[in-house]
Design a binder for this molecule. Structure first.
Ligand SMILES: Cc1cc2nc3c(=O)[nH]c(=O)nc-3n(C[C@H](O)[C@H](O)[C@H](O)COP(=O)(O)O)c2cc1C
Length: 197
């Protein structure tokens, strides 16, 4: 699948088939993750690969999100603070760790989609509990719990029209070029609700 297609067809999937994922596929996904943009080369990511059901259940509890335990494989993506702090020394404080990890997670999701897998990246969880479950040292901070699996289905996704986000030269000025319908289809904002289902 071409990159553009995988990007457009990526959709948060929370229901998975009981079908194993080969190690080769895991390597492909994590290899794509490590080619994400990185703050001055920090490459602060750490990937903890979880296949044991008892650990999946603990992670689901730490996130208070039961669906997590139904994933075939879970990757806890963590930031190695020593690496990011070393490269970003002298720059104004900011959440560079989250930025780097988010870029890697997005690559994982797109790569997985291109290989026919569904993913969902949970960022809302009890960080201390997850640190304890996967035994990260103090300087390694779990940022995302990424679930992987062959999906029961790929639900349809939707986005607001591109024109809603485009401004000409300055914020608020309408972008008055003709935007093709393909990018600018009308939609019903209420249906945002379905994204969370
Ligand atoms: C900052 C952030 C935090 C998120 N945390 C969670 C989460 O804890 N649990 C979850 O199920 N999904 C989480 N997601 C995934 C979104 O719920 C999902 O992307 C959203 O439903 C939109 O659907 P889509 O990704 O299929 O377009 C998170 C996404 C972002 C960007």
């Amino acid at each position: 699948m071409e990159a553009k297609e995988a990007i457009r067809k990526r959709k948060c999937v929370q229901k998975y088939l009981d079908k194993p994922i080969s190690l080769k596929v895991i390597y492909e996904i994590l290899d794509c993750a490590r080619w994400a943009q990185t703050a001055l080369g920090a490459q602060s990511w750490e990937f903890i690969i979880i296949t044991k059901q008892e650990t999946k259940i603990k992670l689901a509890e730490a996130a208070n999100q039961e669906w997590i335990s139904g994933a075939s494989v879970i990757i806890v993506v963590a930031s190695n603070k020593e690496r990011i702090e070393f490269t970003m020394k002298g720059h104004p404080p900011n959440n560079y760790a989250v930025m780097e990890i988010s870029a890697a997670v997005q690559n994982m999701q797109v790569a997985a989609r291109s290989l026919g897998l569904g993913t969902c990246a949970a960022f809302v969880f009890d960080h201390k509990q997850v640190q304890e479950i996967v035994k990260t040292p103090k300087n390694v901070d779990p940022i995302s719990i990424v679930t992987l699996g062959y999906p029961k289905e790929f639900p349809q996704n939707q986005r607001a029209p591109l024109g809603e986000f485009m401004h000409k030269e300055q914020f608020g000025a309408p972008f008055d070029e003709d935007i093709p319908n393909k990018y600018n289809k009308k939609w019903n904002r209420n249906s945002l609700i379905h994204l969370l289902g």
